[in-house]
Design a binder for this molecule. Structure first.
Ligand code: SF4
Length: 359
């Protein structure tokens, strides 16, 4: 492997096994909703910026096109809402360079230096270089919290000799976090990439010479597992040596047995961790933490429900759009299906996947 990217390197850093499976074994994984939505949102913004088209209808149509071949069922409206918003619309500019690809060696002094490539969402030249990256994360983070923008800033500064100001635009949150990259920030990012790329190259040489890839690229259980495309195969934090899929009934049965075991184990593991947290406080795992989080709910007496009904009416809204009868409440009333039909209720069926007692 000669050419690396920020996503390759950060995947290796977060879990070497997932990196090896994805980039070396080219194993198909289960895509996450977050990654599919993110790619679609980037495609819509790219098309709009390249064509200079700010029309609402264009964003709507492009959101549908971007999801036309999606492996997951995601509503185009979700992508439209993410992309047709002010932090995107105000970045339209005639000097924009959109989705520009670059490949550069990570060290000019080293003739065998690994290379880094990237697609820069947006950049433009002005009194300084403006560098923009769209994010669909649920939580914002600073441009210096990862090395992605630092690496792109290093490339742009090397190419233009200008100061670089980077912006992360968090589409879901309408939040923009900016940073003016110093020489040290950019060098830190380059050194991070160079060191990891060299480490990966050395390990891949050893694998070529016969070393076990599972020892050199071990699993790293943690925060990254939540979005990992291989989580389904990663039983007990270990991946089988060759990626596979369920092909026979026996394999499906073994998978079902493992699900029952994991379900039971998960409940017990949560109980153990909860006991620890309740005595010692929160436990942080990467960007997540296990903590006792208070939850609030409202208990409605018949009188307070009646008052709420009247208040909704006074506000000119239809109370029945907010209040409904649950399946449990209908059971308490003891009404038959015929009675429910007579009242005009429509029966809806859905199918859920779960384990039930076998016959
Ligand atoms: S589930 Fe976690 S440990 Fe397993 S491959 Fe994915 S990131 Fe690595």
């Amino acid at each position: 492997m000669e050419v690396f990217s920020y996503s390759r390197l950060s995947k290796y850093e977060s879990c070497p096994a997932a990196f090896y499976r994805h980039y070396c074994l080219h194993a198909e994984g289960v895509p996450s909703e977050a990654s599919v939505t993110g790619k679609a949102a980037h495609a819509v913004i790219e098309a709009a910026m390249k064509l200079g088209c700010k029309e609402e209808m264009f964003f709507r149509v492009m959101s549908e096109i971007a999801l036309a071949t999606s492996p997951l069922e995601i509503k185009p409206e979700q992508v439209f809402i993410l992309t047709y918003r002010n932090p995107v619309l105000r970045e339209f500019h005639p000097d924009n360079r959109v989705e520009e690809h670059f490949v550069v060696p990570l060290d000019d002094e080293d003739p065998f230096a690994p290379k880094v490539q990237g697609y820069i969402d947006l950049w433009r030249d002005g009194s300084h270089i403006e560098l923009i990256d769209w994010k669909t994360n649920y939580k914002a983070y600073k441009p210096t919290d990862t090395h992605q923008l630092g690496l792109y800033a290093w490339y742009l500064s090397r190419r233009t000799g200008r100061a670089v100001r980077g912006k992360l635009v968090f589409l879901r949150l309408n939040e923009v976090l900016e940073h003016e990259f110093s020489y040290r920030d950019m060098e830190n990012a380059r050194e991070w990439a160079y060191t990891l790329a060299r480490e990966i190259q050395d390990k891949l040489c050893m694998v070529n010479e016969g070393a076990d890839h599972r020892q050199l690229f071990p699993t790293k259980v943690g925060d990254a597992c939540r979005e990992c495309e291989y989580a389904v195969e990663c039983i007990d934090g270990n991946l089988p040596p060759v990626p596979g899929e369920v092909k026979t009934y026996q394999e499906a049965e073994a998978l079902g047995a493992e699900i029952l075991r994991l379900d039971a184990a998960l409940g017990q593991m949560k109980d153990v961790l909860k006991a620890y947290v309740s005595v010692c406080g929160p436990v942080v795992v990467g960007g997540r933490q296990f903590a006792l989080v208070p939850s609030v709910y409202w208990k409605w007496s018949p009188g307070s429900l009646e008052a709420a009904f009247e208040k909704i009416k006074q506000e000119g809204k239809n109370p029945f759009e907010f209040l409904s009868l649950s399946a449990k409440q209908i059971e308490k009333l003891g009404w038959s299906e015929d009675a429910l039909h007579e009242l005009g209720a429509a029966k809806r069926k859905s199918v859920s996947f779960r384990d039930i007692a076998a016959n």
